[in-house]
Design a binder for this molecule. Structure first.
Ligand code: PXP
Length: 237
């Protein structure tokens, strides 16, 4: 069964809008856990626009399910990860001006930098995932540098419609098969929601989805507990 990592960044987006302490990020993590989330994901961005350092420490201390820390390949953040010791770190590309992570990591082009980060994190016992496009060149680079996981960027699939969306789905399917055959564990995420997740969940060998924006958006109307349960139902149906 595919696991669900609930990304709670956007509860922190709401909190940072007033720079206060509501909504409580730890409560969001614990609520998602209670509703059946298989993991909690947070992205500690270099500009700290939502999740703060203290959130990462606090969540790691109190949850009983795995913590996945999304992060750029930056020394400062790598050092924090090596101190927090999340179960997994997912290395993502990061641009200051982007609204959200805009594309996959160029693991092949930035091989030496990414590979050094992978080794440093792994030396602390952290498993590493690389957030990449469904592209064999990137998958080969992830395998070569010894990452345990890849997370396939589903943004192009999520943001397209009709024939183009079917093409993107096919590209994801081929990439999952290719990576699985190389022995990589395959996750996916970005832009997955209550209508487009089912088709991706039907792909064989998927390990986990990391889903944030759609779950937190739905939670405004039905509560986070219900929003997590509903997403898990879709993934199973
Ligand atoms: N996976 C990764 C690596 C991401 O960077 C993000 C966005 O922070 C997500 C998953 C979740 O994307 P969304 O919020 O669109 O569900």
């Amino acid at each position: 069964m595919i696991k669900l990592g609930v990304n709670i960044d956007h509860t922190a987006t709401l909190r940072q809008a007033r720079m206060g302490d509501e909504p409580d990020i730890l409560q969001a993590a614990l609520t998602a856990e209670k509703a059946g989330a298989d993991g909690i994901t947070v992205h500690l961005r270099e500009d700290r626009r939502h999740i703060q350092d203290s959130d990462v420490y606090n969540i790691k201390k109190h949850i009983s399910i795995p913590l996945n820390l999304e992060m750029a390949c930056s020394e400062d953040i790598i050092n924090i990860a090596c101190d927090v010791l999340p179960n997994t770190c997912t290395i993502v590309p990061e641009k200051r001006m982007e609204i959200t992570t805009e594309g996959g990591l160029d693991a092949a082009g930035l091989y030496d930098v990414v590979s050094a980060a992978v080794k440093k994190l792994q030396s602390k016992g952290i498993k590493v995932s690389l957030f990449i496009e469904p592209d064999n060149k990137q998958i080969d680079a992830a395998k070569k540098m010894g990452a345990e996981f890849i997370e396939i960027h589903t943004g192009l699939y999520a943001n397209s419609t009709g024939e183009k969306q079917l093409q993107e789905l096919e590209r994801i399917k081929n990439a999952v098969k290719y990576a699985h055959n190389l022995g990589l564990i395959v996750n996916a995420g970005h832009g997955l929601n209550y209508t487009n997740t089912k088709a991706v969940a039907e792909i064989e060998h998927m390990n986990e989805f990391n889903i944030g924006h759609s779950i937190i958006s739905r939670a405004i109307f039905c509560g986070l507990h219900e929003a997590v349960i509903e997403m898990k139902k879709i993934m199973r149906s």
